[in-house]
Each structure stands twice: as C-alpha cells, then as structure tokens.
Design a protein. Structure first.
Length: 236
C-alpha cells in the first residue's frame, strides 16, 4: 500500500451486491468493531461521564444519534452498556441504505438494547429540525472525499447540543498488512476482507484529516490505528 488515499476505490458493499453476503458482512462487523474500533473505551472515557453528568433524575433520557449505523452493532452496544450502568439513553440510528435497516430490524431484532432505526441521512434530520445531545459515527469519514468532510461535519454539529464524535480508521501499512492476514476468515462468506482492505486504503491519516476539518474540531489518534474527531457544539 503506497501513496495517498485511494478514494476512487469503491467498497463492494456500497453498491449493488449479493444481500446474503452483505448481511454476513454486517454480522462480522460486530466482531471486527469489538477488536479494533475501541467503542467500549469511547463509552467509558467520553460518553458515560457525559451521561452521568446529565443527572439520573433528568426529565428525559440523553438522546444519542448514530449516523451510518451499518450492521447496527455500535448503537446496540451503547444501549446495552448504558442500560447496565442504569443511565437513561435514547438512541436513534440512521443509515441511508435501506438494506442496513432491513438487517437491523429483521435479522438483529431484539439484540443489544432498544434502538430506533431509520433510513435517513444527517442532512435529512437537520432539515427536519431534529436535535440530539450526542451525535456519533463509526467508519463514515473514510467514505468522504476531502470536499465532503466539511459539509458532513456541519450537518452533524448542527444536530448536536453537547458532543459530536466520529471514530474511524487511520491509514497505515501495518494495519493493512494485519487485516490482510487476520481477516482472511471473513473472505469465506462476506465482503469483510476485501472491503476492510479497501476501507483502510480510503482512510485518512491524522495529518490529512486535520488539514480538511473546519475550525473547532479536534483530531486525536487512538490505538490501534484509529482517528477520533470531536467537537463540542456551541449555540448560535
């Protein structure tokens, strides 16, 4: 893997593809995200303190939006962790791909906690005047070209009142090599192996991402080969 971002390299599952293999890929996401995405750490260090500060006796639960939920494992995990901590959290998860909604509601129904799933994008929710306390995404940024990052961040920041957090891959030769070997079992019945490699090649480095984000956003690196992009919205 050489050079910069391979933004023209399309992921198979983003286009017309075999739905059986697509759903198998969604199933594999849960394992892959547990191993590499670090959402348990994000919850413990960033989200749980915010939920606790909101107060257990608040009139309404904290509202969280997950943008681009894919297989739905991240919002389910967040719902389950918050429930285990007895912290009131209402999660809405959106994805523009109707196949993701079919998988989340039909195949994975009832697993991991209560989540409201919708076929929509951040822009549609913004146009509808929706607001949430927290907005998050996982593995969305690497799908965006440099010119698309700013508008996406503006949309998600406009939806949030307390925190926006986007978690994604940092492009790395080592990450690419380890995925090429470690994810070989995913190649048997899904797109997880090939699309994981393409995702890494499409991803930003920390310096590349910092160069295209608007003012007010912080780019942080996390283990292993992760980028966390955050902002605290300000009321206009």
């Amino acid at each position: 893997m050489t050079g910069g971002r391979a933004i023209a390299l399309a992921e198979v599952m983003d286009g017309p593809c075999d739905e059986r293999r697509l759903f198998a890929t969604y199933r594999h996401f849960a394992l892959a995200n547990r191993v590499v995405s670090g959402w348990r750490r994000v919850y413990v260090t960033r989200l749980r303190p915010l939920l606790r500060n909101a107060g257990a006796d608040a009139a309404a639960p904290v509202r969280l939006l997950d943008v681009g939920f894919g297989g739905g494992d991240i919002p389910r995990a967040l719902a389950a962790w918050a429930a285990a901590d007895r912290l009131p959290l209402a999660i809405t998860a959106v994805d523009p791909d109707e196949r993701a909604l079919r998988f989340a509601t039909l195949v994975r129904a009832g697993k991991g906690g209560a989540v409201r799933y919708l076929t929509a994008g951040a822009g549609e929710l913004r146009a509808a005047g929706e607001r949430f306390d927290i907005v998050v995404s996982n593995h969305v940024l690497h799908h965006l070209g440099a010119a698309e990052v700013g508008p996406f961040l503006d949309e998600t920041a406009a939806l949030a009142t307390r925190l926006v957090l986007h978690d994604d891959i940092e492009r790395s030769r080592t990450a690419y090599g380890l995925w090429a070997v470690g994810a070989l079992p995913f190649a048997l019945d899904s797109y997880g192996h090939v699309d994981g490699l393409r995702s890494i090649r499409r991803s930003y480095t920390a310096a590349e991402l910092a160069a295209v984000v608007p003012a007010g956003w912080a780019v942080e690196r996390a283990f292993p080969w992760r980028l966390i992009l955050t902002a605290v919205p300000t009321e206009e």
